[in-house]
Design a protein. Structure first.
Length: 287
């Protein structure tokens, strides 16, 4: 049942048009040999830049992917940490070696930088390790992180790296929109700009309507000037918007995937229907 479910997932990903998958610890639940075999049925590459076969000493999967979209050259690589597993004796690690993620990230950036305009890491290191990696290894523009299973609605600014996180089990979809105005590999969060714009409007309205003493009005004017200066810093700079939305029953199903799922359920009726979340994801913080 589990192997058939895995094949169903891969066929669904093929229909959805995936570009790549970054390998995580749970993908190895049935062992490396099974994962290697199931990867042959995918119309996209499985990526892992630091997972080696213990016997051959070679990479288990493709280390990175190069894509060009609307003249934008994109490099995608993937990292998995041995610390993502339950213990040193975790059977999912059998026959595998995991090279140091920081060292490999540095090598990947060095190799990809001359070939790309944008470098994306599919990370299975955990959120705090993603933060550390972004500070340690410059040149990674976007980290799509996983493993902790949390929603990160407002990605915080972290040097020049956008760090994304998503809840597990397909409860949500995430969409990252990039607006490119120059060739600089830096971005700011559009929500941060909107936050300042709202504050600026509120302060201007307050200045017009208030009967406060002149000293308080002077303080409001000073705050307005500071916000206007901050907004000027955003002009001409690249920006991003991160949107999370729940995958609920109101969303239209892909007919071919729905047919495969129904056939699977009829074959294995003991498989219960997973719970669906319909509320919006709670933000981890504010801009």
């Amino acid at each position: 049942m589990v192997t058939e479910k895995t094949q169903l997932i891969i066929e669904g990903f093929n229909l959805m048009g995936y570009d790549a998958i970054g390998i995580g610890d749970d993908d190895l639940s049935l062992g490396k040999e099974f994962l290697l075999e199931i990867s042959k049925k995918a119309s996209f590459p499985f990526l892992s830049s630091n997972t080696l076969d213990e016997e051959s000493g070679k990479l288990l999967f493709q280390p990175y992917l190069l894509k060009e979209i609307n003249s934008l050259r994109i490099g995608i690589f993937s990292l998995l940490s041995s610390n993502s597993f339950l213990s040193q004796s975790d059977p999912r690690k059998k026959g595998l070696i995991f090279r140091d993620p920081v060292e490999i990230a540095q090598n990947m950036v060095k190799e990809l930088r001359p070939k790309t305009d944008l470098i994306i890491l599919l990370s299975h290191l955990g959120y705090h390790k993603d933060l550390e990696l972004a500070q340690t290894v410059p040149g990674i523009h976007i980290i799509v992180g996983s493993h902790p299973g949390m929603n990160l609605t407002y990605p915080p600014p972290n040097i020049n790296t956008i760090i994304l996180q998503m809840s597990p089990k397909g409860m949500y979809a995430g969409r990252l929109d990039l607006a490119l105005y120059n060739n600089e590999p830096t971005f700011y969060n559009t929500m941060t700009k909107r936050y300042y714009e709202r504050n600026l409007l509120n302060l201007k309205n307050r200045l017009i309507s208030t009967q406060a003493p002149e000293a308080e009005k002077a303080q409001i004017r000073k705050s307005i000037e500071e916000i206007e200066q901050r907004l000027k810093q955003f002009r001409g700079k690249n920006e991003f918007t991160n949107t999370l939305f729940p995958l609920n029953e109101q969303m239209k199903e892909h007919p071919d995937i729905l047919k495969m799922v129904e056939e699977f359920k009829s074959k294995y009726p003991e498989m219960g229907k997973p719970p669906l979340r319909t509320e919006a994801p709670r933000p981890m913080g504010k801009p």
